[in-house]
Design a binder for this molecule. Structure first.
Ligand code: ADP
Ligand code: MG
Length: 327
């Protein structure tokens, strides 16, 4: 069952790339693999050494070793299990946590980088998923509060030993940006980085046209995309209920948690897609806007320069941000 789901995820990711990258005369240099618990792919349309692609894979596994919540030795796990003691970590981890705090403040805690005490109670990948008990959720939720993170130089301290950082909503965006920096430093001008649907384009297609990126119809991955966007030098990131979920007794339980209730956030949205230059910003804002809901989320996006959004409600009705992709 799990295997079937992984394969279909792989196909879904592949479909998205095929849709974006057909009709090239030269075959891109590419790899597809698994990392961050999802399918990742990099396609380069310039002639570069195979080693460049290899280095991208190495970068992905190094970042996974730093950020993963499931690797006990990762820097994030070390912070979470330190019992309130300071933990020295890399600059990447400091920067990522600072970004997480920024979006937690921006959304007044609707997005909260310390959602880990509750999110770790939920397992959306299990063959037989269990709904955590109301008591365990009520207890765990007390420890969500980004104010409990203290950063001093290269150390991170959680002032509440039960608080847990969860970088799941922003890590892939951060890593995609770092892969982009590296590829550009190697002279790459045309490429697509896809970390589990977190898409970042370097330039456009070699013929000068834009990449087409499909925005999938939630829960209908195999069908035609709901809509497509044309991008050059931009990232497209979607957060939604159909990314990781299970159904039980007619209810949908998904992985975006409302810190106020400790339960999945159900607010009439199926997904939010953000299109902007930085993949970190797109990743963080897609989750943040989902959590803020259709009204506040759209209001936030409409205040920001150079950020476009597609909100899809539970009837798959689409609302675009003001001036959507108009330049
Ligand atoms: P995906 O992981 O599919 O890319 P998102 O970027 O929307 O999707 O991130 C969802 C992840 O964010 C969850 O799996 C969890 O790790 C984390 N998360 C869940 N709820 C919150 C929240 N309220 N604030 C911050 N992060 C959250
Ligand atoms: Mg996100």
């Amino acid at each position: 069952m799990k295997r079937i789901r992984q394969v279909s995820l792989l196909l879904a990711a592949a479909a998205l790339l095929t849709c974006g990258c057909s009709r090239f005369s030269t075959k891109p240099l590419s790899f597809t693999g698994m990392a961050f618990d999802t399918v990742i792919a990099v396609q380069i349309y310039d002639s570069v050494d195979e080693e460049v692609l290899e280095h991208c894979k190495t970068m992905c596994s190094e970042y996974e070793q730093k950020f993963s919540a499931t690797i006990e030795t990762s820097e994030i796990s070390q912070i979470n299990s330190a019992g309130g003691a300071p933990v020295a970590v890399s600059e990447d981890t400091i920067e990522l946590i600072k970004k997480g705090i920024y979006y937690s403040e921006l959304s007044n805690g609707a997005f909260d980088i310390t959602v880990g005490s509750v999110s770790s109670l939920w397992d959306f990948k299990s063959e037989e998923p269990i709904i955590p008990s109301p008591e365990s959720i009520a207890e765990a939720k007390k420890h969500i509060n980004y104010d409990k993170i203290v950063i001093s130089n290269n150390t991170v301290t959680l002032t509440d030993p039960q608080t847990k950082i969860d970088v799941g909503a922003i890590a892939k965006g951060y890593i995609a940006d770092r892969l982009k920096d590296y590829l550009k430093s190697q002279g790459v001008k045309h490429a697509i980085i896809n970390l589990g649907g977190n898409v970042l384009a370097i330039g456009g297609k070699p013929d000068g046209s834009s990449f087409n990126i499909g925005i999938r119809k939630p829960f209908h991955e195999e069908e035609e995309p709901l809509t497509t966007v044309k991008i050059k030098n931009k990232s497209v990131v979607t957060s939604g209920t159909s990314q990781r979920y299970f159904e039980k007794d007619g209810n949908l339980y998904h992985h975006i948690i409302d810190p106020a209730s400790g339960y999945p956030c159900n607010n009439g949205l199926n997904s939010v897609t953000i299109i902007t230059n930085s993949s970190l910003t797109a990743d963080a804002l897609s989750t943040t806007c989902f959590l803020l809901g259709p009204d506040k989320g759209l209001r936030l996006v409409n205040q920001l320069d150079n950020v476009d959004a597609v909100f899809v409600d539970t009837n798959n009705e689409i609302t675009y941000s003001r001036n959507f992709l108009k330049k």
